[in-house]
Design a protein around this ligand. Structure first.
Ligand code: SF4
Length: 749
């Protein structure tokens, strides 16, 4: 993709071409034009990186990290009005003075040369020309409105992200659906957390991770299923390492991961046999009466049917399915029985599965039947992925109506409409199509315009080649991102330059439900604007600014969201303002205006009451299914993908900008393969091989290691080509893509 020289000059935002009233002047602009090497070296001299007036020029302030869902707090140090360095905050209840490599390097991606500094207008990524915001907004509205006029309002959709602050997510969802008439919009949280959302909703009655991070230190038995916190959530893992109770740590994972290497027990199951093993453990616990009958009677439905169902998961069957011996199954069940405070944790190894929802519920069922929930050191605990996945889950207006409400519930729609002072007819009566259905909608011609904000589907979407073909079929693709060089931006017709973490305000909600504060400690380069400001411009140009007159800044939106949350399990009416969040070290939901205690660590379900109408949890289960693409003579290996390093984040859009982080991981793709398989193929360590599925082929270095079992290989997801291999299949309940099971073959180059 090429880009023509950006004209340096004053912003012409005040003169839109389509006869609209003058645009509100974007507020962050301090410099118009391209970044030069000199500016990158001395950003302060050119007004880049200057802090807003409210911070003293040499202040140190704290804010939450913008990568993962741990939600660490970082002290950002300013000199002469510039953020020059950072260090982890010692007193914050999440990280207590620790940060992983990504956190330490959080400022570096802001100063990359490929930051977008101007809107760009082009044609499928070709012939990009810099334009002013007025032209960009005119084009945005004209093109999307004309698509809607010709094909219906539902023909335009959006894809958002768990990387945006809660207030921006809410603004996007409300603007798109209540203002612009869209019905369909989803987020990249579908790729990582949808399974946990559906599992919790069905089992507990609300999307409610019950734990607090203190539980890592309180458990005497911790069971990790499909989770590798040692590198995926390193600060959480440090909390486990600080546990003073000499806990038993059980890791259920096909790979001998870094976490498994530190565990007391590792169960190297066959890929996708976790459901069978978990049901087998339930059978042993029930058979031996190692269950909490008092808790079940008081708080759990469907126990008898569940007890009957798991009878089929005998020691022999589970051994056949998973490869775990009967003795080992008995040993693990006994450890769970003997534990006084047992916690169960899962993440992408469970979520990114074609049967992820039921697998997550098989974990939840173990916690429920043993009464390991609602007490310190217990819980059925999904660890979230992105910094604001939880914000997206509750407030993005995609799968649920703002504040965890239900689009299908008339009373919910009226409540939200009344608070927002809009006509309830503006609110769709059902949830959006899911991400994969939006993508398929492009192929079917139902979706013709797409607005992608701060996510990179051309890299991350499963079965990448098809994903890219679909994006190319769109009549109009808008990409809003901090970089104009992402794989998705390179397919765009219109690129909108966005401010990054550290260049705007808002809140993130971390894995333990804690609202943490994000601050503006740096100015966005050139004409880049915060997503919030871009949404204000869109509202103005679309002609719906009146509807969002109260949405003046991020803090005002949090107050609106607090009102909407009233009476919901995620009630935050007690959170008054940003200052309160700042002073309190973040606040976990729920935090209602009355009745909330002020403890720093709060967990759910301490009273044994859940969110279903009868206040009981449900045991939900179903028969495991075979892998949709089994291995064959042609493709004899199961490919598992996952996080490869604590130093990289997802598609590396930001982390690749750091030379420090780049030194901490392999820049070239590698594939882990078992020594016996390598010998059969005649491979040597680090030899270049091809990895090929029925969909694509890539080269990688063979890493010969017993960390994977026979007939399995593993590749980190961070490399661009990996999703050329993956198979587009989905969990039927959550529509989450199943990234960790497809058949491949390995060959020498
Ligand atoms: Fe940031 Fe997550 Fe690392 Fe903490 S663990 S510093 S939140 S990336």
């Amino acid at each position: 993709m090429s880009i023509e020289a950006t004209p340096v000059g004053s912003e012409t935002a005040g003169k839109p071409k389509s006869g609209l009233p003058p645009l509100p002047m974007p507020m962050e602009r301090v410099f118009d034009g391209p970044l030069t090497q000199e500016m990158l070296l001395s950003p302060g001299k050119f007004g880049l990186g200057m802090v807003p007036d409210r911070l003293a020029p040499d202040a140190t302030t704290s804010m939450v990290c913008g990568f993962c869902s741990t939600g660490c707090s970082l002290n950002v140090h300013l000199k002469d009005g510039q953020a020059i360095n950072l260090s982890p905050e010692v007193d914050y209840p999440v990280n207590t003075g620790m940060a992983c490599p990504k956190g330490w390097e959080a400022l570096t991606p802001l100063y990359s040369e490929d930051r977008g500094t101007s809107p760009l207008l082009g044609n499928k990524g070709n012939n990009f020309k810099p334009v002013d915001w007025a032209t960009a907004m005119d084009t945005f509205c004209e093109r999307l409105k004309s698509i809607q006029a010709e094909h219906g309002k539902e023909s335009v959709a959006f894809l958002g992200t768990g990387q945006m602050p809660t207030e921006e997510l809410a603004f996007l969802g409300a603007l798109a659906k209540f203002g612009m008439g869209m019905k369909h919009g989803d987020g990249n949280t579908r790729q990582c957390m949808a399974t946990a959302v559906v599992a919790y909703k069905q089992s507990f009655g609300f999307d409610a991770p019950p734990y607090t991070y203190d539980d890592f230190e309180q458990s005497d038995v911790l069971v990790f299923v499909g989770a590798n916190p040692c590198i995926a959530h390193p600060i959480m893992w440090q909390r486990v390492m600080k546990n003073p109770h000499l806990p038993k740590i059980i890791v259920i994972d096909p790979r001998h991961t870094e976490t498994a290497a530190s565990a007391t027990h590792h169960l190297p199951i066959a890929p996708k046999s976790d459901m069978s093993l978990l049901y087998g453990l339930a059978r042993i616990l029930i058979k031996n009466d190692w269950i909490d009958r008092g808790f079940i009677d008081q708080s759990v439905n469907d126990f008898d049917a569940f007890a009957q169902f798991v009878q089929a998961f005998t020691l022999d069957r589970v051994e056949r399915d998973s490869g775990i011996s009967p003795d080992r199954q008995q040993e693990i069940a006994q450890l769970i029985h003997e534990g006084q405070r047992v916690s169960f944790w899962w993440t992408m190894g469970v979520n990114q599965s074609y049967q992820g929802t039921r697998t997550a519920q098989a974990i939840i069922n173990l916690a429920l039947i043993t009464g390991n929930i609602g007490r310190p050191g217990t819980g059925a605990n999904s660890i979230t992925g992105q910094c604001n996945a939880m914000g997206s889950r509750l407030f993005s207006n995609t799968t649920s109506l703002l504040g965890g409400h239900d689009f299908g519930n008339e009373q919910h729609r009226q409540k939200v409409a009344d608070i927002l002072q809009i006509d309830s007819e503006n609110i769709p009566t059902e949830a959006s199509d899911s991400y994969d259905q939006i993508m398929e909608g492009i192929d079917e011609g139902r979706i013709r315009g797409l607005w992608v904000i701060a996510t990179n589907p051309a890299h991350s979407w499963i079965h990448q080649e098809r994903g890219r073909e679909l994006l190319k079929k769109l009549d109009f693709l808008v990409v809003q991102d901090m970089y104009w060089t992402t794989e998705t931006a390179q397919l765009a017709d219109l690129y909108l330059p966005a401010a990054a973490w550290g260049e705007k305000e808002g809140t993130f909600i971390n894995s333990e439900r804690r609202f943490g504060l994000l601050k503006k400690v740096s100015r966005a380069p050139g004409r880049a604007l915060s997503d919030f400001s871009i949404f204000q411009l869109v509202a103005h140009c679309w002609g719906v600014a009146e509807q969002f007159a109260a949405w003046t800044d991020a803090e005002s939106v949090l107050k609106i969201l607090a009102k909407i949350s009233e009476g919901q399990p995620c009630d935050i009416t007690g959170i008054k303002d940003y200052q309160m969040l700042d002073e309190r070290g973040g606040i976990q939901w729920p935090y209602p205006a009355t009745g909330a205690n002020d403890d720093q660590q709060r967990r759910l379900f301490e009273d044994g009451k859940f969110y279903h109408s009868d206040q009981k949890a449900k045991l939900i289960f179903s028969e495991p299914e075979d892998m949709p693409e089994p291995t064959s003579e042609a493709y004899p290996f199961v490919l598992m993908t996952g996080r490869g390093s604590a130093a990289q984040w997802h598609t590396q859009t930001r982390t690749s900008k750091s030379t420090v982080l780049s030194r901490l991981y392999d820049v070239d793709p590698f594939v882990e393969i078992h020594p016996d398989d390598a010998q059969l193929l005649g491979l040597t360590h680090e030899q270049l091989v091809t990895v090929e599925s029925a969909r694509g082929k890539m080269t990688a270095k063979a890493r010969i290691t017993p960390t994977v079992g026979r007939n399995c290989v593993f590749m980190p997801m961070h490399y661009e080509d990996v999703n050329q291999l993956t198979l587009g299949h989905f969990d039927p309940y959550s529509r989450q893509p199943s990234y960790k099971d497809c058949a491949v073959k390995i060959a020498t180059v």
